[in-house]
Each structure stands twice: as C-alpha cells, then as structure tokens.
Design a protein around this ligand. Structure first.
Ligand code: PMV
Length: 357
C-alpha cells in the first residue's frame, strides 16, 4: 500500500454531529524504533508487545461548523487542557489530506489515561492511537464503509503521523512496524506479527517500575533527530533488522534465554545511541541501574526468565512469563519497590489492542 491509498476521496458532508469513543493501549518495544526519516518513516523495523492495562480513553464529539479553520477543544481528565493543543494542531495539519473532513467540524476531545498522570509513562502511543481511531470512526459515520483490515491500517497510518510508536498500538499481541525481510510489514503502518507465537509468550507480563515520574529531559523527537549523522547509526539500523529476524524464530521456538538476550541488548543499545549522540545524554538514573543489576542477580540465583527493557526514560519494564508471576511479584515487592519513586509500579500484561467503547 502507498500513502495515496489512505486519502478519503468522498464522504457524506450532510452529517451534522455525532460522538465516538475508543480505548487504546500503550505498547512496549522489544526491537526499538530510534531514528526516522521525513514523514515519520522509521529508519529500522521494530516490534512491540501491545499492553493491556495502560490505556488512553478518548471520546470525540463533532459538530458541523462554517469556518474553514481547524477548531477543537481538549479536556484531559475532565479539565480543559491547553498544553495538548499544539501537538494535536500539528497532528491535524499532518493528516489533513487523508481525512479532509477535519475542517468541516468542531471537535471536543475528552481524554483520560488509566495510568497516573506524570508517571513518566509516555502517553503519546496510547493517546495518538486513540485519537486516530476516533477519527476513523467519524470517517465511518460519514458513510464510508471499511473492511476491518483497511480500518486498522488507516488508523495505524494516522497514528504514526501523530507519534511513530503509536502505530503499533491498534492491534495485539505483537505488532511489527517498518519494512523488513522477515515478516509482513510496512513503513506506513503497524501490522500484527504474522509468525508463530509459542505458548511461553502468551500472556507475557510487564511490571512497569516508575523510577522517575518527571517530564522527559529529552523529547523523543530530538532523540530521533540525533540519529542523523550519528557515528553508529548505520550499524544500529542493520542490527535492528538482524534482531527482528532472530526474534521471529525465538517467538516461534519459545526460547526464553535467547529472547532475554535480544530484548535486553535492544534496551541497552537504545540508551547507548543516546549516550553516543552529539549532544549526548543519559536518561537512566542510578535506580535504573540498581534495578537492572538486581534483576540479573535474581535471574541467576533463581534460574528465572525475568528480564528488563527500557523506553526513552528511566523507568524499567520488567518482562516475565505468566508462569513466574507470583515469584517475580514477590521479588519486586521485597527488593525493587525500594528503587521506585514513592514505591510506585504498574502491573500490566500483553493485550489485544484497541477497543471501541
Ligand atoms: O513514538 P516516539 O517518536 O515517541 O518514539 C518512541 C521510541 C521508543 O519508545 C524509545 C522505542 C519504541 O520503539 O517504542
């Protein structure tokens, strides 16, 4: 598929008003996306687990208007929110040619997250995917009838233009984004991983340890930019292809030890790219490293399959098979909670993607 396939060509312009509501989850990448070209095209393929509990719920009410300007209000957790407006304005500008009805309506966007505000968890993936899905449902309200596949693909395509990783939040349980030779995929949208998934990876658990709930010191937009001219960029992009290739076999064979190697190496490589860019920066905190070391020790001593991954921040995602749930949560409570800000962590697991409410 190409960009043009997502342009809405005709719709029923007589619809006066309506309302749509979606819940969309966050996702956690196993092979990381870091570095993009123009129009949010990724430099390398990535794959993620879709999460279940960390979600954004967004309701969009639309009303026909006369002016040709974009017109919208945002309410976050019940309160009018001006801070989100510029990001949504930019999003509307980017997607306008694909959803031409954007200028015909005033939009009331009411949004909330299931995870605590300012938890340091990026809400852009769940937030942008929820909004993209609402726009797709409005498109359907305007008389456009889509097959599921196209609906999801266009939702993911739009979400990508809001925030790259958001395109991996529409479906579950594993989603691939970015062209590669190992799986069915596209640079334009995320698709469900088409390979076999061993039962070891069903219902995989993710405990998100909140090490630092503050605002990110470096935005991912800037981080992606720093991959231009980065001395290790070329090798990194090739490595991501290679890791996805290996992960495909691992997901099918159920080899947890090999899974851990890829996932932890990807997390550390992501942060290594940040530490070796110019300007360089470090997003991990001392407690991030304490947690990692304790995870390694616990794994060794208990013959466990626990491992960690990181996104662009200090928080640690602790990944483990469902079968180890109780012993890992005992370990988290007895040893790792001490390194979390105010003792906070979130229990999540792999989920099935977004839902219309
Ligand atoms: O979606 P963005 O532009 O915020 O990028 C996020 C990238 C990482 O979370 C660091 C990795 C990933 O693949 O999700």
């Amino acid at each position: 598929m190409i960009d043009q396939d997502f342009i809405l060509k005709s719709y029923n312009s007589k619809v006066e008003s309506g309302s749509v509501k979606w819940s969309s989850p966050s996702n956690i990448a196993l092979v990381k996306y870091w570095g993009k070209r123009k129009n949010q095209i990724p430099e390398n393929p990535s794959i993620s687990f879709t999460l279940s509990n960390c979600k954004t719920i967004t309701e969009v009410t639309y009303t026909k208007k006369k002016s040709t300007e974009f017109s919208f209000e945002v309410f976050f957790e019940g309160e009018k929110n001006e801070a989100f407006k510029p990001k949504i304005q930019t999003f509307f500008e980017r997607i306008e040619s694909y959803v031409p009805f954007l200028r015909d309506y005033h939009f009331n966007i009411e949004t909330s997250n299931t995870f605590p505000h300012s938890s340091g968890i990026a809400s852009s993936a769940s937030g942008m995917s929820a909004l993209a899905l609402c726009l797709m449902s409005i498109e359907e309200d305007l008389g456009v009838d889509y097959a599921d596949d196209y609906f999801n693909r266009k939702a993911s395509f739009l979400a990508r233009l809001g925030s790259g990783s958001a395109c991996r939040s529409i479906e579950g349980e594993l989603v691939v984004w970015g062209k590669n030779k190992s799986t069915e995929s596209s640079d334009l949208f995320g698709v469900r991983f088409d390979g076999d998934i061993h039962s070891n990876f069903k219902d995989y658990q993710d405990a998100i340890l909140l090490v630092d709930k503050g605002e990110k010191q470096v935005s991912s937009t800037l981080g992606h930019k720093l991959m231009y001219g980065h001395p290790f960029a070329k090798e990194r992009f090739l490595q991501a292809h290679d890791n996805l290739d290996k992960l495909k076999d691992i997901l099918s064979s159920g080899d947890l030890k090999e899974f851990i190697k890829i996932v932890e190496s990807e997390a550390l490589t992501l942060h290594a790219m940040m530490m070796t860019s110019m300007p360089y920066f470090i997003l991990m905190k001392p407690n991030t490293l304490e947690i990692i070391n304790r995870i390694w020790k616990f794994r060794e001593e208990n013959n466990s399959n626990i491992c960690f991954t990181l996104d662009a921040g200090a928080n640690v995602h602790v990944l483990f098979p469902k079968a180890e749930e109780s012993k890992v949560y005992d370990f988290i409570k007895s040893e790792l909670v001490a390194y979390c800000q105010n003792g906070h962590y979130i229990c999540d697991s792999v989920g099935n993607g977004a839902k219309r409410l």
